[in-house]
Unconditional design. Structure first.
Length: 77
């Protein structure tokens, strides 16, 4: 069971780093490609909103997993 707790920490860190890459690097590349196709500014704004909400969800999941890692053994029911 102790090994599982360290796995939770690894998953939380990986998800947090992935969310940062998704939000910063991913949208930058996606926006460049969309601009190349002639996408309208309204479309870009709508897609950016969804993209960043997805990034926020990834961060929230990482926090939930991290809090599970912090929870003392035997407290989970």
């Amino acid at each position: 069971m102790r090994d599982l707790k360290w796995f939770l920490l690894l998953v939380a860190v990986f998800l947090l780093l992935s969310s940062l890459a998704h939000g910063i690097l991913g949208w930058k590349a996606m926006r460049a490609e969309l601009l190349r196709t002639g996408a309208s500014p309204d479309l870009l704004a709508d897609l950016a909103t969804g993209w960043y909400l997805g990034t926020a969800a990834m961060v929230a999941f990482a926090v939930i997993i991290f809090s599970s890692w912090l929870e003392p053994a035997g407290m989970a029911q």
